[in-house]
Design a protein around this ligand. Structure first.
Ligand code: RAM
Length: 528
């Protein structure tokens, strides 16, 4: 499923007051300098076979045409690279011509990006060609990169000289303030490590906004923001950054008021001409959760109407029997599941968001709206059961399909009685092969549904298995897309592993589950 929306003459509706507040909330960025901790050369340019180099020997290596040197920074970095070069041999009579490849994972270093033929622009692949005219030289790469490994290939020097890499460093950048990181006493070492990786994932996505991934799309997406905000509340507690992002979504929208799926912030804030039904509803959810944390009445006053508008506009897509059309379901994301029927899941997300909308209405003392929402909620739940629940098979069926994703969203929407939901989620494996979940985004909601159904042990086990399998596969930060059965899979098509993001916001929630659920005896289900 290619997610490409192009609306000609798209002019977002901007609200100067909201955008101004968002601007004032621009965060301070924190920097550190990091140097490589290891080095190796790939035996062949694109093979995974490598020869290790003792680090202090790196600056004795003289590189001629076609040779490569890989530097390992030891962990996932987001920042700016500086390289110092010198040479051996005669005075350089031609520029050094280099290819720099920045890679988030080891597999990515070894990958030949020429094989990529997917639908997302290859301009995201982190490769740079550089000419160095005068040696010795200090080169600072102006583009921000997300990487652990740097592969330097000398495309050419000349027969008269060879290139030497004398020094490399990365100036990292993040708006996460590690001094504010909430302490957590996690006894289980495996969960402790998972928590650390989640936190690094979150921190490296925290830039001037909550980005979806520092490699790609480096942008504020609503579905990602909701999950990042949850993880942030139990770690860095940067409430202003969440507030800023909510104001950005509120401040630049579709001309009819819909919240866009994502917002560009440079050169100025501008809604993308992509609308996703469930993402716009996540604005309501994220605003309510922000209010739970902060009680920030000014924000509620500024964004309340926009939140209610998202519910009202989505309700207009539901017919009198409580159904959603196939055409409208095309704008429901849920997960990267090609061919999956999303009608029942779409209705369920709306029911879910209405629960949060009702809480907002109560906070605002808008009692008539709260009452209206309660009536609509009850009506839509009853319709969802009638339209999509198969009383014999005891599961939800949408367009003939009983996918796990559809079950999950209906459980989260409380369409069933608690004991029925529990029974359904106890049988969740039965539905796993019907449009398997593709992303940690959907795995998050699967765990949330298990918890909502009261299956805490099963939820913990799944989190350990799924995110744990990324750890076993070598994750320093958690990934955008991951199917342990198909490690080379990508939502973006052929050769997509080089375009996938390996530090991805929507994958950062184990820290939230660990800290808010698995470390506590008592918890609330306010975020499920
Ligand atoms: C991709 C990004 C982003 C996600 C959207 C739907 O472009 O991975 O994180 O929210 O798709």
């Amino acid at each position: 499923m290619a997610l490409i929306s192009i609306i000609e003459d798209f002019h977002p509706m901007n609200n100067a007051k909201l955008l101004d507040i968002a601007e004032q909330l621009t965060p301070t960025l924190h920097h550190e300098i990091h140097e490589p901790v290891g080095g190796f050369t790939l035996k062949e340019r694109y093979s995974s076979e490598a020869e290790e180099i003792v680090l202090h020997k790196v600056h004795h290596i003289a590189m001629g045409k076609g040779e490569n040197l890989c530097l390992d920074f030891g962990n996932h970095m987001v920042g700016y690279l500086t390289l110092d070069f010198s040479y051996t041999g005669s005075h350089p009579d031609a520029p050094a011509y280099l290819k720099l490849k920045f890679a988030e994972t080891y597999e990515e270093v070894c990958e030949n990006s020429d094989v990529y033929n997917g639908w997302v622009s290859r301009s995201w692949i982190q490769e740079e060609y550089v000419h160095v005219d005068v040696l010795p030289a200090r080169i600072r790469i102006p583009r921000r990169h997300a990487f652990r490994y740097l592969k330097i290939t000398t495309m050419d020097t000349s027969v008269k000289y060879k290139l030497v890499v004398r020094h490399a460093e990365c100036l990292t950048e993040t708006s996460a303030d590690y001094r504010r990181l909430a302490a957590a006493d996690i006894a289980d070492p495996f969960l402790k490590r998972m928590d650390e990786i989640s936190i690094r994932t979150l921190a490296n996505c925290m830039q001037e906004v909550f980005e979806d991934g520092p490699k790609r799309d480096r942008r504020l997406w609503m579905g990602d923001l909701r999950l990042e905000a949850l993880a942030n509340y139990c770690t860095f507690r940067n409430y202003n950054l969440v507030r800023r992002c909510l104001y950005l979504f509120g401040g630049t929208r579709f001309p009819d008021g819909r919240v866009s799926a994502n917002v560009f912030i440079k050169p100025k804030a501008e809604a993308d001409d992509t609308w996703l039904y469930d993402y716009s509803l996540m604005f309501v959810v994220a605003l309510e959760e922000y209010m739970q944390q902060t009680d920030d009445v000014d924000t509620l006053n500024d964004l309340y109407d926009i939140a209610m508008q998202q519910i009202e506009m989505s309700l207009r897509l539901i017919d009198r029997e409580g159904r959603m059309s196939e055409e409208d379901a095309a704008n429901v994301f849920l997960d990267w599941s090609e061919g999956m029927d999303k009608r029942s899941g779409g209705v369920a997300v709306l029911i879910y968001a209405m629960r949060y909308a009702r809480r907002l209405a109560r906070r605002k003392n808008d009692w008539s709206q709260a009452q209206w929402l309660m009536e609509k909620l009850d009506w839509l739940k009853a319709c969802a059961r009638k339209n999509y629940y198969d009383e014999e098979r005891k599961c939800f069926v949408s367009g003939g399909q009983a996918s796990l994703i559809t079950q999950v969203w209906n459980v989260l929407a409380d369409v069933l009685y608690p004991e029925e939901a529990k029974d359904l989620m106890e049988r969740s494996e039965e539905f796993m092969d019907c449009f398997p979940m593709k992303t940690p985004y959907m795995h998050h909601y699967y765990i949330a549904a298990l918890l909502r159904a009261g299956l805490r042990e099963k939820a913990l086990l799944h989190m350990r298995d799924y995110w744990g399998s990324m750890m076993e596969a070598g994750a320093d930060t958690f990934w955008e897309a991951w199917d342990p059965a198909n490690p080379k899979g990508s939502p973006y098509g052929e050769g997509g592993v080089v375009i996938n993001s390996y530090c991805h916001a929507w994958s950062c929630t184990p820290t939230y589950f660990i800290r808010s659920w698995f470390m506590r005896e008592k918890h609330t289900d306010d975020h499920l």
